[in-house]
Design a protein around this ligand. Structure first.
Ligand code: MOS
Length: 757
């Protein structure tokens, strides 16, 4: 089925937050934020700004009736800074005016006097100063201390990654207005409507029942609106609460880039031990997560770094420790992969370094150590329906790896100033929120008495196609045309207490809840049909708009059946609730079975490096991916293509930089480059792994949102191999992104010195 949004998107008719018509009397909010990363506020003079014509009010922490607190996991983040500021761009006040322009003008008139303190921007420095968000955690399997003795080779190193700007096309925003009696309706561009509802209620000091959050769709989220959409919605609601006028806030791109957190930069240490025949016997890693100034989702993100610290490999003795380091950057947050990519980059770096030192191909080490059924992850879950080897083997055969490698060798011999490099990138990604209790969802289904259907779930559409999948689920169960089904907006009044649309689990969780609701209605309809046809319900089927009896189509149409049920006063509405079975996790032991299942796959990435300029172009990304049984191939392929490109961008050109003062210097689209149509791989081939799918995946169609991003990790290592082909003196470094500047330095590092070896 085609994505139900495709027509609206192409015609520019799809509704985003900023397209929602505003009410008469709407006011506009502009955030006044900290001009330094760490300091004590001595004085703020709002008088000129407040007196500016058209300004209605300047809201600060003093105006908050409830708690000045928006921290989701740990209550450590004020909505508005009070006496000190902890990051550059931290909100201090909200100027509310009759237009955006006036609010912006007025902002310039605010005078702030801050006593600056030296910020911490580096996570290692934070750890040394014991500036941690919460205590460190360690995952263990086997006995790593003993295992070092058995290792033939032990290799140590560091692997660092920088952050990543989400760059959702639609910036953060919210629109709030009073309904009556103090109730507020908020349109929010959020992945987490319930988080917005809960936080607004807390800050305003009123019940959640007075807050209705509605989401039509997002113009991209990528994790950046899982938690960080909340602040703006809370500010708008606060304005409504105090001024009794509708308030709209939409961040300008530059404000959004400056004020919001990103993917977490990490600084990590590794030590890997291998046997003579390249089996990984021991692995130790220490991760320093740059959390920024408040927890936000960092505890959960850090957890996933640990869960994915051994990627797709079985390592019998491993010890992974992670520190969430508190620095003076904006609180870093969820970003597609959610800490997984950071963990996987370190093990891949360790393997690359080992391969370089041992003079073997990285792929030999990778292949030998792939997970198999029955292998344990460091967190205790046992690999089942493991497809790591299948994906790897299929990729090797289908794409004729030996032949490609030969061709690359030939090419590199023949070409002096252009070199090619190849890397394999296997992935293994656990599906479920790592916080077990979040793995539940609800759906509400109404069959209207004309036979059309309305469905609501907790899923937020952000371009990933979840709405299309939801329509498919209902259409399949009722066996009616998809255009008889309308997917309603995501609304906390229709579907309550939702988990955010995140963790790649949205279609699974909401789809299963929807499946339950539709199935319950279907059972009632079958009984109705049985009464009409004087038959047993078990002999009835609904197929292609008709009632079927004993496998044969009857004359009773879907519409007639619905009419009859309605006249017989049968309920045509249902709420479905789903909670993922079997999963559990014991944090005190760091063991359990946190994931419903894992998604596997292998990518082969080939790059061509221009050795004069240091620029590069990706020839191809050849993938074998475990879709399970994809319920929508075009939607799923779209997720893979987007994920791969986003992963490559993070590993190569997206250079997020803060200076020593904690100021974002890649603060605009002129200084922060993301992949465009010219820099995407020339070819992305995607092959399905034929499998049975997984029962805990919706319609056996495995989650596809985050896993493919990690194919992009291979981009780093492919470039590294090409650089090495040009300059054998190049000493491998592991500090993503591998920008053309770094490539150039690598190409000419030590040139003129004698070639080692
Ligand atoms: Mo997603 S990174 O789990 O919001």
């Amino acid at each position: 089925m085609k994505n139900i949004d495709s027509r609206g998107h192409v015609r520019g008719e799809s509704i985003y937050l900023d397209d929602i018509p505003v009410q008469q009397g709407t006011l506009y909010g502009e955030v006044f934020d900290s001009p330094c990363a760490n300091g004590i506020i001595r004085n703020i003079d709002y008088s000129k700004a407040a007196a500016f014509p058209g300004v209605f009010r300047i809201l600060t922490s003093n105006d908050i009736p409830g708690e000045n607190q928006i921290g989701g996991i740990i209550p450590d983040e004020p909505l508005f800074a009070e006496t000190e500021v902890d990051f550059w761009g931290q909100p201090i006040a909200l100027i509310i005016a009759e237009s955006e322009e006036i609010a912006k003008e007025a902002k310039r008139l605010i005078k702030i006097d801050i006593e600056k303190r030296t910020p911490i921007v580096d996570p290692r420095e934070a750890r040394a100063k014991n500036s941690l968000i919460f205590p460190p955690r360690t995952f263990r399997i086997g006995d790593v201390k003993k295992a070092w003795n058995q290792c033939e080779h032990i290799i140590e190193g560091e692997a660092d990654n920088e952050g990543q700007e989400h760059l959702y096309i639609e910036t953060q925003g919210a629109y709030a207005y009073e309904i009556e009696n103090g109730s507020i309706r908020i349109s929010s561009s959020t992945q987490g409507p319930t988080a917005v509802q809960r936080t607004v209620a807390k800050v305003l000091g009123i019940g959640m029942h007075k807050i209705e959050v509605d989401v039509v769709r997002l113009g991209g989220g990528f994790g950046g609106k899982e938690d960080q959409a909340t602040a703006w919605a809370v500010m708008a609601a606060l304005g409504v609460h105090i001024l009794k006028r509708p308030v709209k806030i939409v961040l300008h791109r530059l404000d959004d880039m400056r004020m919001t957190g990103k993917r977490h930069p990490y600084r990590s240490d590794f030590k890997i031990g291998l046997s003579k025949d390249l089996m990984i016997l021991a692995y130790e890693a220490t991760f320093h997560q740059n959390a920024g100034a408040a927890a936000d989702l960092s505890p959960a993100v850090m957890e996933r770094t640990l869960f994915h610290g051994t990627n797709s490999y079985f390592i019998p003795n491993a010890e992974l420790t992670a520190y969430s380091c508190k620095t003076n950057l904006p609180p870093n947050t969820a970003f597609r992969g959610f800490g997984g990519p950071q963990g996987m980059f370190v093990i891949e770096s360790a393997i690359a370094k080992a391969a370089d030192i041992l003079k073997v191909k990285a792929r030999e080490i990778q292949e030998k150590n792939l997970l198999k059924d029955g292998d344990a992850f460091p967190y205790g879950q046992i690999a089942a329906q493991c497809l790591a080897g299948n994906a790897w083997n299929k990729a090797s055969e289908l794409y004729q790896v030996e032949k490609i490698e030969q061709e690359i060798d030939e090419f590199n011999k023949l070409n002096k100033h252009v070199k090619k490099g190849l890397a394999f990138q296997p992935i293994c990604f656990g599906i479920s929120f790592t916080n077990t209790r979040m793995n539940n969802a609800r759906a509400l289904v109404h069959v209207y008495h004309d036979g059309s259907v309305g469905i609501s779930t907790g899923a937020v559409e952000m371009g990933q196609g979840v709405n299309t999948k939801m329509v498919q689920v209902a259409a399949d169960i009722f066996s009616i045309a998809p255009d008889r089904i309308k997917l309603e907006t995501t609304n906390t009044t229709r579907v309550a207490n939702t988990s955010p649309s995140a963790a790649s689990a949205t279609a699974d969780l909401n789809g299963k809840a929807l499946h339950k609701a539709c199935s319950a209605i279907l059972e009632r309809l079958k009984m109705q049909a049985a009464r009409i046809h004087n038959a047993e319900a078990s002999k009835i089927e609904l197929k292609d708009n008709f009632v079927h009896l004993n496998g044969k189509q009857t004359e009773t149409t879907w519409n007639q059946l619905i009419q009859a049920a309605f006249f017989d006063r049968i309920s045509l509405s249902e709420v479905g609730h789903y909670a993922t079975p079997e999963i559990h996790y014991d944090k005190s032991k760091e063991k359990g079975h946190p994931f419903a299942y894992h998604v596997f796959g292998t990518a082969i990435i080939i790059v061509t490096v221009d050795c004069i300029r240091g620029t590069y172009q990706f020839d191809s990304v050849k993938i074998v991916h475990d879709f399970g049984k994809s319920m929508n191939v075009s939607v799923d392929r779209g997720q893979i293509e987007g994920g791969v490109v986003q992963g490559i961008g993070w590993m190569t050109m997206e250079e997020l930089m803060y200076n020593q003062e904690g100021k974002l210097i890649s603060n605009a689209l002129s200084t922060y480059k993301i992949p465009d149509i010219y820099s995407v791989p020339k070819e992305i081939s995607i092959e399905h792994l034929e499998t049975e799918g997984h029962d805990m995946a919706i319609q056996k169609s495995k989650a596809v949102g985050e896993p493919p991003l990690m194919y992009g990790l291979g981009a780093y290592f492919a470039i590294q191999n090409a650089v090495k082909a040009y300059n054998p003196n190049h000493e491998l470094k592991f500090h993503a992104p591998f920008t053309p500047e770094k490539v150039l330095m690598g190409l000419y590092e030590g040139v003129g010195e004698k070639v080692k070896h």
